[in-house]
Design a protein around this ligand. Structure first.
Ligand SMILES: Cc1ncc(CNC=O)c(N)n1
Length: 220
């Protein structure tokens, strides 16, 4: 069987893909050497990110409704939106556990850039295959990263177990697989121009994700 478009991308850009999904920050969670101040920084910044992820997902949902192909696409994306609602509440709970004040978090440069990238993709000019590929890639990076933390032999600090399970659990894995199938189906029907554009944006996602992890471990 031929490789799907997303398989081709992941294989072709394996180094960058691995630097996003096997970042030192993630490896430090897995081996238990993580610095809690880095974790708290990540938590505050990711809360801001997730809030700007919502309008991007909403815009992708609208695009899926306008495509008159498979109505289950819309349901998968809608499910993703519903879990973002849970996630925002989870961030609030987690922040209070770690004494992080979410209202006083100042978005850092890498985060501001990532959020404006997402905002630019909410435009109705951005094609559905591009948006759904970006959506899949964003979710997949977290899924692969935290699922790796949970693999056998981990020494995850007990306080961070829930975080790893949030994105590393099997349910989230199946959801990412559904997003990937939707992306591949759309890409298969897309024009070479649109496929090329989606690949460029896939790479941008990976770069932003690496910068995002870097920000968590970096100064200040
Ligand atoms: C920076 C970043 N990338 C991906 C995700 C996962 N998607 C939604 O939660 C996330 N929370 N943060």
């Amino acid at each position: 069987m031929d490789a799907t478009v997303t398989e081709t991308w992941v294989n072709k850009h394996r180094l960058l893909y691995d630097s996003a999904t096997r970042h030192p920050f993630i490896l430090s969670i897995r081996d238990g050497s993580v610095d809690f101040s880095s974790f708290k920084k990540w938590l505050g910044q990711d809360y801001i990110f997730v809030r700007s992820f919502v309008p991007f997902v909403a815009s992708t949902l609208m695009k899926s409704c306008k495509e008159r192909n498979d109505e289950s696409d819309m349901e998968v994306i809608l499910g993703g939106m519903a879990s973002l609602n849970d996630e925002i509440n989870w961030f609030k709970k987690e922040a209070s556990k770690f004494h992080v004040s979410l209202t006083s978090v100042i978005p850092q440069n890498a985060n501001v850039k990532y959020c404006s990238f997402l905002e630019s993709l909410t435009s109705s000019e951005v094609e559905y295959p591009v948006a759904i590929s970006v959506f899949w890639a964003i979710e997949a990076v977290y899924q692969e990263s935290f699922a790796h933390c949970l693999e056998d032999g981990n020494k995850i600090p007990q306080e961070l177990q829930e975080t790893c399970e949030r994105w590393g659990n099997e349910g989230f894995g199946s959801y990412c697989k559904l997003l990937r199938d939707i992306a591949d189906r759309c890409l298969q029907k897309a024009s070479p121009d649109v496929i090329a554009k989606a690949e460029v944006f896939f790479l941008r996602v990976l770069e932003h994700e690496v910068e995002f992890w870097n920000m968590s471990v970096g100064e200040p």
